[in-house]
Design a protein around this ligand. Structure first.
Ligand code: PLP
Length: 363
């Protein structure tokens, strides 16, 4: 297996993939696989209810929240959120990177977006909360808990006045730490980073926010319709829900979210420490207070030689079977993504390689 630092779709634990492989043609003696099974079958009902129970147990989801499994990805939720929740005609958006910016673009199709902080295209920090400008009639306050491209992560839930429901895109730090669901109106996250393959998005939504959708909201992304149908209004992404359920079981078996958080801190510290100790050979642009545990963008070398050095870095890493380290095209440089399935040992190999590459380059 390659050592996979992909930002997503990302590594899935070997233990999970072995189960998938074993059950691919014959799930629990049924003589058929999950991909071939009716979504109305008893077997699939157990799979989807099991996945829901794991989400509820891991995140301690209160009773007055629904857990839905939807299609359309995180980007689908950029539209679903305003279509379902923007009943006052406006909402507050705090933009801290390209993903929250994309969410604004989509929301603007359906109502008025109030920028909580001034526009900026340098996404390396989170504007100070004392400067945020909230609007009194906002239907909700939206933010992206971890900006996958820019590597900016909220250390905690932002506090918002007037009991405005807090909406969070947790696509890239979902199930990587505990969070207090009761502080949120809605959370959504795709599976393809920390909990499985692309194709299913988990939505956790407070009951009182259901039933406020606009009349043109498509039924497949209408939270009330989907919750009334236990996410089976249409054929769900059965196989992806199954894989997600296995990944959630894997997390439970390996110490739950306390362990995932602890490991993510160990792994990200290994890389940030190499960067910080490199005397400027490596540089990470993000404000230290908001450095992501999941995605670490960094540059290699400086000045006119940087492009060549970065190419060589990628080439050398590839020779060691370390893949998907190239940064997003809008940011450049490198990005190491350290989701749940990436091990401390794999991360240490990257850290060692980085130190060795630096020493070699400075010789
Ligand atoms: N939000 C975040 C934070 C993401 O990282 C991504 C994708 O990487 C998305 C939303 C969009 O997800 P999708 O491509 O599944 O629509």
């Amino acid at each position: 297996r390659a050592i996979n630092f992909s930002p997503g779709p990302a590594k899935i634990p070997d233990e999970v993939l072995h189960i998938v492989q074993e059950e691919l043609l014959n799930y629990h003696g049924q003589g058929l696989g999950v991909m071939e099974m009716s979504h109305r079958s008893k077997e699939f009902e157990e799979i989807i209810l099991g996945a829901e129970k794991s989400v509820r147990d891991l995140l301690n989801v209160p009773e007055n929240y629904k857990v839905l499994f939807l299609q359309g990805g995180g980007a689908g939720q950029f539209a679903a959120v305003p279509l379902n929740l923007m009943h006052t005609g406006s909402a507050d958006y705090l933009v801290t990177g390209s993903w929250s910016q994309s969410a604004v673009k989509e929301a603007e199709k359906y109502g008025k977006v109030n920028w909580v902080a001034p526009k900026s295209d340098k996404f390396v920090s989170i504007p100070d909360a004392s400067t945020w400008k909230h609007s009194p009639d906002a239907s909700y306050f939206y933010h992206c808990s971890n900006e996958t491209v820019h590597g900016v992560e909220f250390p905690e839930t932002p506090s918002v006045p007037n009991n405005t429901p807090v909406v969070a895109d947790i696509s890239s730090n979902f199930m990587s730490r505990k969070l207090d669901v009761s502080k949120y109106g809605l959370l959504f996250g795709g599976a393809q980073k920390n909990v499985g393959g692309a194709g299913v998005t988990a939505v956790i939504v407070r009951d009182d926010l259901l039933g406020k959708s606009r009349k043109e909201c498509p039924s497949v992304i209408d939270y009330k319709v989907q919750s009334a149908n236990s996410s089976l209004y249409n054929t769900p992404p059965c196989f992806n829900i199954y894989v997600m359920g296995l990944c959630l079981n894997w997390i439970q078996k390996h110490g739950g979210l306390d362990a995932m958080e602890d490991l993510s801190r160990q792994k990200s510290s290994l890389i940030y420490d190499v960067i910080d100790r490199s005397n400027g050979f490596y540089s990470a642009p993000v404000d230290r207070r908001y450095r992501s545990r999941m995605n670490i963008p960094f540059r290699v070398g400086t000045g006119a030689d940087q492009e060549r050095v970065e190419k060589e870095f990628l080439h050398e890493a590839q020779k060691l079977r370390m893949v998907s380290l190239k940064g997003h095209r809008s940011v450049g440089g490198m990005r190491a993504s350290l989701y749940n399935a990436v091990t401390v040992e794999e991360t240490r190999m990257l850290a060692d390689f980085m130190e060795e590459f630096r020493d070699r380059s400075l010789d």
